[in-house]
Write a protein that binds this ligand. Sequence first.
Ligand code: ADP
Length: 161
Amino acid sequence: MRRAVCPGSFDPVTNGHLDIVGRASRLFDEVIVGVLVNQSKSGLFTVEERIEMLREVTSSYGNVRVESFRGLLVDFCRAQRATVLIKGLRAVSDFDYELQMAQMNIGLAGVETLFMPTNPLYSFLSSSLVKDVAKWGGDVTPHVPDVVRDALKARLVPPPA
Ligand code: ADP
């Protein structure tokens, strides 16, 4: 069984993330989306909310599981019996830091990192940009699944009094 982990914050999941997860799901028997629990940084959505949205939008792939993790990513990989990490690369500027982490992770636990070039449609897309646009009432429909767009609307626009 060939398993790969797609790690990240996913606060919230965007079409850029989904593109990477979907492509990975066609290359591996099983893909585990690992949602990082970061105690020092609270997101717009709780980890449970992020997981729920991710499960909903990845269920059609059939071989994708969504779990949370804390601590070392390589320990999560070991627990999931996955030997490969998949990282999306949006720009050359992503590469320096990703290379450092990849080299650390292979040294720590023999976990390989495969880099997947972003689909050019999504190379400008990040969760933080989506949150910024949504915060000011911009339409994020082309950039996130509908369930995420609706959750952003509900979270960011106060209901009328
Ligand atoms: P961000 O980097 O926006 O904070 P995450 O930490 O949730 O998002 O990212 C998780 C993974 O998804 C990383 O490997 C990241 O490079 C990748 N990723 C994020 N946005 C995109 C995108 N638009 N296209 C391709 N990969 C992406």
